[in-house]
Write a protein that binds this ligand. Structure first.
Ligand code: GLN
Length: 487
């Protein structure tokens, strides 16, 4: 049996019952990586030596009858903007190409405490800015379903690694859709938790009021297991939520009878690819047949989300990325006249075009004279968008929209016109603006056999509802079982 094909929960059981050894599992996944990685390019760094060392230690513990955790021996992948001590964290940028962090992110610590083994770090858009992973300085990650197409972004490597069975699960970060959109384009499950549910300590900041770490997995059950492992209060992150955290696997119930699902018809009516629309409408029918109640809702201000996002996210990015000055750490130019010249050249040479575009835009909207017209106005509209959602959740349990308006596009198709790239996030961005949880799950294929994703959005801290409706949908469809043929 090819062990790499199994789901996280399946492999964890086999390890625990000693049907397979942890080394066998690692061998299987690394040999899978050897076979297909040259075509996919999901990984920036492989941490093979560490992984085998950990496997040995965990196996000894297991054999001695110790509990090695829910994820005991399970190999996973981590997006390359999440720090692991002594392992390069590049953010797929020239700026951090040789950066080795002196500490480990809380999420990775938590996963390792549960017994997970890190396989390596995955490719991404530079500093998580993009929707196709094309802005990576390091390499181009291909969509396992069609190598001439993008995997989505910015967590394209994390999505592709799970889709191509090169990891049982992975972590990504989602600032405006970077977990859900690539999950949709690669036909895997992608979960963006409520802002504050997962610690951001050790995540390289892009836009701090929007960033959130979450899992990619092969099934909804695995998403719940991963969320159990990474969620929780962390004193190292001042925005971390100090609440009672539930056991998310308890929500894996195949039943949506009486569940109220909100459909924002007006919001999603424009620019939707016909195949995506068809899959979406069929999904509505399916859930209706399962007893869910479909309720029309208005999200009047959601259409301004992208405008708000590209002001707030760039403003925060311009401030967060100020630390890369060529002095403290990161890339430093070879040749310079004085301090100003050193700053200028290090940043000019260290950052790519998309990152520069964002820094310039963000600096502009924060500058005196423009602050009120742009930044302040965007904050006000953010509140209106939040209120829209609040009103909706007085009537419904979850909102359902497509994850992305289109399926995976060809390389280069949207790089010339950044606005076209930005439009890919129209259905994911509002969720970050309001700090809500969202999940993307596979819901079919277009006429070119490219995957389509379905997104559920719940009120803050209602991940349990998301998981329940997503699980029901998954159990009654089975799209997650269809795998790409990598050629
Ligand atoms: N694609 C969006 C952007 O370019 C979202 C990125 C993200 O979620 N990190 O900003």
């Amino acid at each position: 049996m090819d062990l790499y094909k199994l789901s996280l929960s399946e492999i964890a059981k086999k390890i625990k019952s000693k049907e397979v050894s942890i080394k066998d599992v690692l061998d299987s996944v690394y040999s899978r990586i050897e076979d297909v990685e040259s075509k996919i390019n999901a990984y920036v760094t492989l941490t093979k030596e560490n992984a085998y060392k950990r496997a040995e230690i965990l196996q000894i513990k297991l054999d001695a009858g110790e509990d090695i955790g829910v994820l005991g021996g399970v190999p996973i992948a981590i997006k390359d903007n999440i720090c692991i001590k002594d392992v390069k964290t590049t953010c797929s940028s020239r700026m951090l190409q040789n950066f080795v962090p002196p500490y480990t992110a809380t999420v990775v610590e938590k996963l390792e405490n549960m017994g997970a083994i890190v396989l390596g770090k995955t490719n991404m858009d530079e500093f998580a800015m993009g929707s196709s992973t094309e802005s990576s300085y390091i390499k181009k990650t291909c969509n396992p379903w069609d190598l001439s197409r993008v995997p989505g972004g910015s967590s394209g490597g994390s999505a592709a690694s799970v889709s191509a069975d090169m990891a049982y699960a992975s972590l990504g970060s989602d600032t405006g859709g970077s977990i859900r959109q690539p999950a949709s384009l690669c036909s895997v499950v992608g979960l963006k938790p409520t802002y504050g549910v997962v610690s951001r300590y050790g995540l390289v900041a892009f836009a701090s009021s929007l960033d959130q770490i979450g899992p990619f997995s092969k099934t909804v059950e695995d998403a719940a297991i991963m969320l159990n492992a990474i969620s929780g209060h962390d004193t190292m992150d001042s925005t971390s939520a100090d609440i009672e955290y539930p056991d998310y696997t308890k929500s894996l119930v195949n039943d949506v009878n009486g569940f109220k699902i909100g459909i924002p018809t007006k919001f999603i009516s424009e620019g939707l690819n016909p195949d995506v629309k068809k899959a979406y409408e069929e999904s509505i029918e399916l859930l209706k047949n399962k007893g869910a109640q479909i309720v029309e809702i208005d999200l009047d201000y959601a259409k301004y989300s992208l405008a708000v996002y590209y002001i707030l996210a760039t403003a925060e990015a311009s401030s967060n990325l100020g630390r890369y000055d060529g002095i403290k750490y990161g890339y430093r130019t070879k040749d310079f006249d004085d301090l100003t010249d050193l700053y200028k050249k290090s940043r000019t040479e260290g950052f790519g075009a998309e990152v520069k575009r964002r820094i310039i835009l963000g600096t502009y909207v924060l500058s005196s004279g423009y602050y009120d017209a742009y930044y302040k106005k965007a904050q006000q509209v953010r509140t209106l968008i939040i209120n829209d959602f609040k009103k909706a959740y007085e009537k419904v349990d979850v909102i359902m929209v497509p994850t992305a308006p289109n399926t995976a596009f060809k390389f280069g198709e949207k790089t010339e016109n950044p606005i076209e790239m930005y439009l890919e996030d129209i259905f994911t961005v509002p969720v970050n603006i309001a700090g809500l949880p969202g999940i993307s799950i596979p819901c079919g294929f277009d006429s070119k056999n490219m995957p389509i994703g379905l997104q559920f959005i719940a009120d803050a801290f209602e991940e349990s509802k998301l998981l329940r409706v997503a699980y029901t949908y998954e159990q009654n469809t089975g799209f997650h079982k269809i795998k790409p043929e990598i050629k």
